[in-house]
Design a protein around this ligand. Sequence first.
Ligand SMILES: NC(=O)c1ccc[n+]([C@@H]2O[C@H](COP(=O)([O-])OP(=O)(O)OC[C@H]3O[C@@H](n4cnc5c(N)ncnc54)[C@H](O)[C@@H]3O)[C@@H](O)[C@H]2O)c1
Length: 436
Amino acid sequence: MKPVEIAPAQGKLGILLVGLGAVSTTFIAGVLAVRKGLATPIGSLTQMGTIRLGKRTEGRSPRIADLFPLAKLDDVVFGGWDIFKENTYEAAKTAGVLESPLLEQIRPELEAINPWPAVFDQRYVKRLDGPNVKKGKNKKDLAEQLIADIRKFKSDHNLDRMVMIWCGSTEVFLKEGPVHQSIEAFERGLEASDDAIPSSMIYAYAAIREGIPYANAAPNLSGDVPALVELAAQTKSPLAGKDLKTGQTLIKTIIAPGLKARLLGVEGWYSTNILGNRDGEVLDDPESFKTKEESKKSVLDYILQPHLYPELYSDLHHVVRINYYPPRGDNKEGWDNIDLVGWLGYKMQLKVNFLCRDSILAAPIVLDVALFLDLAKRSGLFGIQEWLSFYFKSPQHAAALYPEHDLFIQLMKLKNTLRYLLGEELITHLGREYYD
Ligand SMILES: NC(=O)c1ccc[n+]([C@@H]2O[C@H](COP(=O)([O-])OP(=O)(O)OC[C@H]3O[C@@H](n4cnc5c(N)ncnc54)[C@H](O)[C@@H]3O)[C@@H](O)[C@H]2O)c1
């Protein structure tokens, strides 16, 4: 196979973050801390992962960071929008994820990142309201204002390239409608301030129109509509989403493929969470929760494939709850009770209690998504980047396909895509050659 031509990572990469909340500030602070040698980027495949190349006998497992022309952390510049005026240091304090001794060491860099006024409409995030919001004559005008922010950021920091990631709150549940079906319909909808275009779609449109890779860390539709996929093909923008796969769903997509691999039946899977951060507060609104619930619930159906294994999985009761519980802040606690069925119908139970830290799990994967999207753009890849499904609860996928949720298949797909970019042999794990 011939390697794909990848443009070098020359100059600076601007990472545009929509929403400077818990995830974004933990991500930015983490990158700054790693850059200063104060911390290790644990959880990031681009920074710590390796990739096997060739046969098992060749012993070639270089670090991904050494092999690919990824943007260096020293070359990254952050910019972003929020409805609150707090700078990134103050926002990190509000989020309460990272402790003061670390924040103080990077305080000046954090204080220098001030959010630009946001495109925001409370109809789409009912539990929030803030003062740092743009005014515009219609949604088209708001999109143009975002594009002006993006261009100014580029010229102020002399950036070579940019990526944008929605790390804003989860918006209310919306279904794809006529306005999302083509670029023309979408642009008419922007002019008419169509209700079916929430704030996150205006940001996605602005990024994609500028040819900037766009990812969605939340479950709302945002860039996942035909009009924006069509625009991404025109402007050669890579797309990824939706909803970062971090706490409970990460564990679910690790355990479920194992149970299915051993043909163990599952009668019920009860998942509940307590969460006390702003995200938890937003998700306390039933309409935002519905968007999250759809995203969290779909994974088991796709992984367990009840249509192929009706005796094992067709009666599965899957329940997902999130309860807002302020004392826990960002330290989410998730409980899973799984009712299993084994040989001859004998029942078993598996209990999982994950005391996790939401944003600590999310930050490294925001970094990976940003750097891989930039790599995709420089490699000439555009549109939906299914190989980044590894990072998402509701992977964006082509209309004719079902999404792949199994973490191990997702990882194989990601690594095979990296091998493909290098022109290296894809690894099928057949391995007959070792025994011939
Ligand atoms: N932390 C995780 O593990 C995780 C996992 C998957 C998905 N997510 C999603 O990522 C998103 C961010 O999570 P978080 O914990 O940082 O939440 P957060 O509430 O701390 O931060 C969200 C920020 O977005 C801002 N915001 C909302 N609408 C905006 C708009 N239109 N423009 C600009 N800013 C806007 C809010 O003011 C807030 O500061 C949420 O949607 C969450 O559901 C988080």
